[in-house]
Design a protein around this ligand. Structure first.
Ligand code: HGY
Ligand code: MN
Ligand code: MN
Ligand code: MN
Length: 395
């Protein structure tokens, strides 16, 4: 048996386990062995989501579901995603140990490709499960080496046969906050009221490769110079908008990436986050204007493709109350918090009742190999998850 953090462990103490790689397979296989030991019924759907079902006393009841993801960022940590999966596993183990049979069935899910790093967009498995993303379109998505989701799923043996999606009575996801608020406030539990919206773009800047020594400065078509100007502008857009909006250029691929050739082509990614849909729309308008401003038709051309558009999503108030009451009854300090990060719970909330439980992480750091969290906080979050699921399962 391997600890999940060992599967893709990096020299700096982080984890690099990209979606649908062989490391993802090893982690999925390990998860399957654990849930089979618990007597769960397993189903794998056509986008690779794994659902482990613990039968309830009343099979007619809609299941109470929890889960998260096993795929990580390239410089990922041990807790982003994995914590939610392990917390759900702990809930099921505890109920087995105590011989408790809930009225409603319980389900623990591992979502495919939550991070959206190797294959865009983000939250792919839960998006297909809830009908927000088209299965056919997602299966065709390719990574930078031209490998499709469909062939990657088959290569790791997780190209399930079951159609994705089924009615869920309630969904809870436990996750580290991935930001500094809970730690700064000295609070153990985040009662998550909702999540910011986000928009993702792929941008191509087309100039012309030419000789760095012979091409005069005034006749260059330097795609990297234009992409750099755009990068500065993207950051200014969120700073100018304020209101908790965020903007990031996270990826840039320069062609031909040779020190003595003027870059002729750049592929870069832009993402915006914000609590208000109209703010995201305004930021997108600014992005389009910036590309127009930096383009010189026939000299420097920009193409923009929006690849993700996830609306700001409130969680289901009655379930948010269940989480708050559970924290209260267990005497954990708690506070309401809005998630800046996207989570599979966001798509689940578009299809049914969903809520999240946050726990603090060290220095608010995540998507970083130094990601860390305290045992007592992880335990508190798991206890709140258990209590919330039991409450929903008996409702
Ligand atoms: O990017 C996100 O919001 C998530 O952590 N994948
Ligand atoms: Mn995550
Ligand atoms: Mn993440
Ligand atoms: Mn998540």
């Amino acid at each position: 048996m391997m600890r999940l953090a060992e599967i893709g462990a990096t020299a700096r103490g982080g984890v690099c386990r990209l979606a649908l790689t062989d490391l993802d397979r090893v982690a999925r296989d390990q998860f399957l062995s654990w849930v089979r030991e618990l007597g769960c019924e397993i189903s794998i759907d056509t986008i690779g989501n794994i659902v482990a079902r613990r039968p309830g006393a009343d099979p007619a009841r809609l299941p109470v579901m929890t889960g998260s993801h096993l795929d990580t960022q390239p410089t990922g940590g041990k807790f982003d995603g994995v914590y939610g999966v392990m917390a759900g596993l702990e809930v099921m183990r505890t109920l087995n140990d105590k011989g408790i049979r809930t009225a409603a069935p319980l389900e623990l899910v591992v979502w495919t490709n939550e991070e959206g790093t190797r294959f865009s967009p983000i939250m792919m498995g839960s998006g297909v499960f809830t009908g927000q993303l088209s299965l056919d379109d997602m299966l065709k998505k390719q990574d930078r080496d031209g490998v499709s989701v469909q062939s990657a799923l088959a290569a790791i043996g997780y190209d399930g046969k079951r159609n994705p999606g089924h009615p869920v009575g309630a969904y809870f996801e436990a996750h580290i906050e991935q930001g500094p608020i809970l730690e700064n406030e000295g609070i153990s539990i985040g009662v998550v009221t909702g999540a910011m919206g986000q928009r993702w773009y792929d941008i191509e800047v087309i100039g012309l490769e030419s000789h760095a020594g012979t091409t005069p400065m005034d006749s260059r078509r330097d795609a990297l110079l234009a992409a750099s100007r755009l990068t500065v502008r993207v950051n200014e857009i969120a700073l100018e908008k304020g209101g908790n909006t965020r903007s990031t250029v996270g990826y840039m691929d320069v062609h031909p990436n040779s020190r003595n050739s003027i870059p002729g082509r750049v592929h870069l990614t832009v993402e915006f986050r914000g609590p208000e849909e109209n703010m995201l729309a305004a930021m997108e308008q600014e992005l389009n204007q910036a590309c127009d401003r930096y383009s010189e038709p026939g000299k420097l051309d920009f193409s923009i493709r929006r690849v993700a558009d996830i609306k700001p999503q409130p969680f289901f108030p009655p379930l948010v109350d269940v989480v708050r009451n559970a924290a209260q009854e267990l005497s954990y300090t708690h506070m309401e918090i809005l998630s800046g990060a996207g989570h599979d719970a966001v798509y689940m909330a578009k299809a049914g009742p969903a809520a999240m439980i946050f726990v603090p992480c060290k220095d608010g750091l995540s998507h970083n190999e130094l990601e860390d969290a305290k045992k007592e906080d992880l335990e508190a979050g798991t206890n709140v998850l258990l209590r919330s699921m039991l409450c929903a399962a008996e409702m």
